[in-house]
Design a protein. Structure first.
Length: 266
C-alpha cells in the first residue's frame, strides 16, 4: 500500500505521464483516497501551466547556429525551400529523397530549443514554486494527520541516526531543551522537489517544525521572516544547508528559536 511519502516522490513524474503502468496504477489508487496528495498534484500541474504560459520564447543564439553550420557537409546551404521542383521531386526535398540541409539544420535548432526550454523549466521550478506555501501546507498537513512525528524522542542521538537510509544527507540535530525548545522527534517530508528532514520542537504549548536540506546555493544568508495563514516563518542558509522554521507561536519566540539553532554546534 503506497503511503504519502512514497506518493510525493512520484507526483512530478505522474504529472508528466512518465511513470510505468504499475506505478501509475498504484499512485492512482492512493490519490483516490488522499486529499492532501491530490491537492499537491493539482499544485504541480497548475505550476506547469503557469510556466508554459508565462515563459518567453527562447531565441536560438547566433553562436549556436554558427556551430551547427560548421559541422554540416561542405556546400550545404541554409536557404529555405522554394516553390520550384528539382528533378521532378516535390519542393523542399532533394533528389533521391534525402532531407535538404536547411531542413536538417531546422530540426537541430528546434530540438536544441526544446531542450533549452525544458532545462529552463526545470531550473526555474524550485524558485517559482514559492517555498513558503509549501512549508505551510506541509506543516498543516502533518498537524491534521494526527501523526506529525515519525520518530518520537527527545534524544538527539536517537533522532539523528533514524534518518540514516531515509535521506541522502545527515541532518544536524541540536538539543535545545536548556534554551526552552524541547526536541520532540522528527520525520521525513517532501518539499522543493526532494525529501527533506523535519525536526519537531516545542516551546510551551506551541509546536515548531524545522525543515532542512542541503542546497548548493545555500551559503551563509541572513534570516528572512514572514507570516502566512497565522504562522510565523523564518528561512536562512548556513553550512550548505537550507533551513525553514514555522510555528504558531509569537514571532519573538520563533526569533529566539532561530538564534538557538544557528548558535548550536553542527
Amino acid at each position: 500500500m503506497m503511503d504519502c511519502n512514497e506518493a510525493r516522490d512520484l507526483l512530478d513524474a505522474y504529472a508528466d505521464n512518465m511513470l510505468g503502468l504499475a506505478d501509475t496504477a498504484r499512485i492512482g489508487r492512493h490519490l483516490q483516497g488522499c486529499a492532501a496528495c491530490r491537492a499537491e498534484l493539482a499544485g504541480i500541474r497548475a505550476l506547469g501551466h503557469v510556466l508554459r504560459a508565462q515563459l518567453p520564447a527562447l531565441p536560438v543564439p547566433a553562436a549556436l547556429r554558427e556551430r551547427i553550420v560548421a559541422v554540416l557537409p561542405p556546400g550545404a546551404a541554409l536557404t529555405p525551400p522554394t516553390t520550384e521542383h528539382v528533378a521532378g521531386q516535390p519542393a523542399g526535398r532533394a533528389a533521391g529523397g534525402s532531407m535538404p540541409a536547411w531542413a536538417s539544420v531546422g530540426m537541430v535548432l528546434v530540438t536544441v530549443g526544446a531542450l533549452a526550454l525544458a532545462a529552463l523549466l526545470w531550473l526555474q521550478r524550485p524558485a517559482a514554486a514559492a517555498l513558503e506555501p509549501q512549508i505551510v501546507a506541509s506543516h498543516v498537513r502533518a498537524l491534521l494527520s494526527g501523526h506529525p512525528i515519525d520518530v518520537v524522542s527527545a534524544d538527539q542521538h536517537t533522532v539523528k541516526p533514524w534518518f540514516n537510509g531515509r535521506l541522502d544527507f545527515a541532518p544536524p540535530v541540536a538539543d535545545l531543551a536548556a534554551l526552552g525548545f524541547a526536541l520532540q522527534g522528527g520525520r521525513v517530508d517532501y518539499v522543493a522537489g526532494r525529501r527533506v528532514a523535519v525536526l519537531s520542537y516545542r516551546a510551551g504549548g506551541h509546536p515548531i517544525d524545522l525543515y532542512l536540506w542541503p542546497s548548493a546555493a545555500a551559503g551563509e544568508t541572513a534570516v528572512q521572516t514572514a507570516a502566512d495563514s497565522g504562522y510565523a516563518l523564518a528561512q536562512w542558509g548556513a553550512g550548505g544547508m537550507r533551513y525553514w522554521a514555522i510555528t504558531d507561536a509569537e514571532p519573538a519566540v520563533l526569533q529566539r528559536f532561530v538564534q538557538a539553532v544557528r548558535a548550536a554546534p553542527s
